[in-house]
Design a protein. Sequence first.
Length: 253
Amino acid sequence: MKRWLWVALSLAQAAQAHSLDYPSIWRCDQPKMNWYCDEPDPAQAAQPKKRIEWDQIRTAEQLRQELKRREDIAVMNPTDRNLKDYLELWQFTQQKGAVFADQWRRVVWQNPNLDYSLKRPANNTAIKLYDDQRRRQEGQQLQALAQNHGLIFFFRSDCPTCHAMAPTLKTLADQYGIDILGVSVDGGRLPEFPHPRDGRAQARAWGVERVPALFIGSKQTGEIAPIGFGMMALTEIVNRMFVLTGSRPGDNF
């Protein structure tokens, strides 16, 4: 008898010895051939978690588990005793949190490399100084950009938001000396852009499906990048241009 036939007969005999007629492989209420069941014992799973007294708690995980256990009991059976039991441990966690927060600020105060407020100030005077410095940096960056870059403004003549944003772009051009090219996607015009380019084909090529849309383009290389879509205030446009062209991801953390 060939070996493969002998193996097949052996498997058939094993299948007869261990019936495969059971409703589900996921149930562990009966033995199955070549099947190992990891389902926990229902009796063991039903046992309540062991109580841990607060003065015996040694780890944060133990604290979380015991606080949750007491909370569950108090919610399902809000007797005075159960609520008091829960609140005693809750107060203990608040004390732990207060000590942690106090020690946190002491360490931060004494280690300037860990003090985030030195990068992002929290008091009013420092915030004003930071904002003034940031505005100067933005102005310098935009004036430098204006030498070799321009903005491309896609609009539609019947778009209220485009009409509202056009004066903002004119103010931007006057303030920073940056050129702005108006591009109409419907062949119409705006009062601030009476002689726009016909941008219907360009909008399709660039995937511009929503207006107003603002792009920045290099006069030297022709490279373009979107600044944003929809209504934007002057400060928002300036900030976006500064972030996209004058900083790297993570610099403003």
